[in-house]
Design a protein around this ligand. Structure first.
Ligand code: BEZ
Length: 393
């Protein structure tokens, strides 16, 4: 009997040692399948943005035989509803219930900040395919956190310079009151006031409400030279239509971060015609890379891609770069990070590198709405890098 116990004990120790050596405890891939947790909105104000990101990600996968860097991929999806109050529970589902090896998400800045905190605490790779929260690649930056999109500061700062150059002196800002709105306005104000302009009033309403009437009345009474705004998705559709319906369109020029008119033009109709926005993607880039992406996207989804689709596609590309470097072993965080830090990402927007804090250093285009397109009419800011304030890396 004793000898049987000793033999069983020895066998158990041997199995434990083998598991330890193979690194199975830290969820690294040895089966050849990489398990990814994708947290995006499938419902609510930003649902269409989540769908476009997922479409872009799947397009890259389909172009590579369903694999990333030759590794099979399993994706566990969670609808985060763009609700920061549900973010912790949703992340726990992915990390604790499903044991995913890396996280992708999300659209809303508040949700992404909770994801970044969890990624830091658990040392899990995170790729953010939209949310611009400055802190993600600022004060919260980490070797395992990357962004394929933008910081809220970037399009705002570029537009501040544009609006000042167009001779406007007094501007009112109008946005949702949460990180993305505040930081977009922050970037705008920094550049606009540096160039001699003045933000005379900052108007806002809580996310995701869209009752603009009282604010538009106040705006009309102030009579500024121009308005700068951050809205996206269904909120952007409503603002652009309400602005025109209130008779303000021909009177007070409306400028915005490009989310105002990206993926929204079919619904906005003629109310959006002529609007100028700044963003890291545009229609009419007419490069071989973007043309190939656009026709592949159209073939797959029977619709034109937007900035969100590009960011999803590039999130997949970035994961592929990292996975190739670590041969599928996501426990090798330092090697994963080093590969991305030295990579040139061949994006449909134009190729980009990551900054020291892992945010794209990228051209910000000036675009004008013509029909259902955000046509590029220039580069507002060349190779613009987020200042990464508070990032110790
Ligand atoms: C954000 O919350 O960071 C965001 C949402 C939609 C579009 C752009 C930014």
């Amino acid at each position: 009997m004793n000898r049987r116990f000793i033999a069983l004990g020895a066998a158990a120790l041997l199995i434990a040692a083998v598991i330890g050596v193979l690194g199975l405890r830290d969820r690294s891939t040895r089966t050849g399948t990489v398990k990814l947790g994708m947290m995006l909105p499938a419902t609510g104000t930003f649902a269409a943005l989540g769908t476009a990101i997922d479409n872009g990600f799947r397009l890259y996968l389909n172009e590579h035989g369903g694999k990333l860097a030759g590794f099979d991929v399993e994706i566990v999806r969670v609808d985060d509803e763009s609700d920061p109050s549900k973010a912790t529970a949703n992340i726990n589902k992915l990390l604790k219930r499903d044991n995913v090896q890396a996280l992708i998400g999300s659209v809303h800045s508040g949700v992404a900040m909770t994801m970044a905190k969890a990624a830091k605490e658990t040392n899990t790779i995170l790729v953010v395919p939209n949310a611009g929260a400055d802190a993600v690649t600022g004060a919260m930056c980490a070797p395992n956190i990357f962004r394929s999109s933008f910081s809220n500061w970037q399009p705002g700062y570029a537009m501040g310079e544009v609006v000042a150059k167009r001779g406007h002196k007094n501007v009112v800002t109008l946005t949702w009151k949460y990180a993305a709105g505040d930081e977009s306005v922050g970037g705008f104000k920094e550049a606009f006031e540096k160039a001699g302009g003045k933000v005379v009033k900052e108007l806002s309403l809580p996310f995701p409400t869209v009752e603009f009437q009282a604010l538009l009345t106040e705006l009309a009474a102030i009579k500024p030279d121009a308005v700068y705004t951050f809205f996206a998705g269904a909120g952007a559709v409503k603002l652009v239509k309400d602005y025109a319906a209130a008779g303000l369109k021909g009177k007070i020029p409306l400028y915005g971060a490009g989310f105002l008119t990206d993926g929204t033009l079919q619904a906005q109709g003629s109310a959006a015609d002529g609007l100028l926005t700044t963003l890291h993607y545009a229609d009419g880039l007419n490069t071989p890379r973007d043309n190939a992406f656009r026709s592949a996207y159209f073939k797959s989804y029977k619709r034109e891609p937007d900035v969100y689709a590009v960011q999803g596609y590039d999130a997949a590309q970035m994961l592929a770069v990292g996975l190739a470097a670590v041969k599928g072993d996501l426990s090798k965080k330092a090697e994963f990070s080093a590969a991305l830090r030295s990579a040139q990402i061949d994006s449909p927007r134009g190729s980009f590198v990551l900054s020291r804090s892992h945010n794209p250093v990228q051209d910000i285009y000036l675009r004008e709405v013509r029909g259902t397109q955000n046509r590029v009419i220039g580069i507002a800011s060349k190779a613009l890098a987020d200042p990464a304030r508070g990032c110790p890396m």
